[in-house]
Design a protein around this ligand. Sequence first.
Ligand code: CAA
Length: 296
Amino acid sequence: MEIKKVGVLGCGLMGAGIAQVAAQTGYPTVVLEVNRELLEAGLKRIDQFLAGGVAKGKVRPEDRQATLSRLTGTTDYKALGDCDIVIEAVVENLAAKTEAFSRLESTLKPAAIVASNTSSLSITEMAVSTKRPERFIGLHFFNPVPLMKLVEVSRTIQTGPGVEETVLGFAKSLGKVPIRTMDRTGFIVNRLLVPYILDAIRALEEGVGSITDIDQGMKLGCGHPMGPLTLLDLVGIDTTYYIANIMFDEFREPRFAPPPLMKRMVLAGFNGRKTGKGFYDYSSEPPRPNDFLAQR
Ligand code: CAA
């Protein structure tokens, strides 16, 4: 099956990145948000990323314009009706996702593939909530989507012939490198990454090191591009908290259990870069370690 038109459900951090990459690689792309305000914020995020790319000499000004011209924002599911693939990137919550799929189902053409960008929920559980489990698959991108090369493609035991191949080819056409995984919560990357970043929070809680020293340790000691607490702020403390809970529910292993500080940060709205405060305070440049945590 040829993918000619792409739909994206959700224009948050991940959805905006996915929609940008699809439009940037030549696909007419429709991105849906639940209301105008969130849609405008998401489209602005895309434009700012492209503008940043132009400023860095990575994106040609004419490509920025061409990308934007291929991108349509909507709050109406009907606008997704003729897409060949729709990638779901709504909040990491099964009820929210199944609600989105049921609204999509009423308008989407039968031959279309539905892919979920979930990083931790079961693909099968979502697939069986739709009328097309054989045309349902996992397609997991990484943050920041326009810069990270990897996608995880997760078929289920119900995925029909040809769907995985189509999606692997589609991922390559987006300029990504796909890897294949089983439908197991966390797939490959989060299965390894989540215990590591949760351990960084536990190390902080136990006073093993400061925020900056924990981050420097992994950057300079292991060659990671950013330390685990900076990475948590990038991905979102809330998002990682949801992921950890889902993984803990599935495996019942303490290594996936979110540490108590994490819950308190989510309650306090210290969700990382997107809220201006997480392990670091982003109100100044360069960001400072969050004073509240430093005073503990
Ligand atoms: N448009 C186009 N290109 C851009 C750009 C933009 N707006 N902004 C930056 N770039 C380019 C830069 O020019 C640079 O290109 P070169 O390497 O060719 O010079 C490159 O992107 C890197 O940018 P920077 O130099 O500004 O920043 P950096 O070197 O600090 O890298 C980073 C930033 C890519 C995010 C890097 O820090 C990194 O890889 N961090 C780890 C991110 C990570 O682990 N993500 C996965 C999170 S887990 C997840 O997402 C899954 C989940 O389910 C939780």
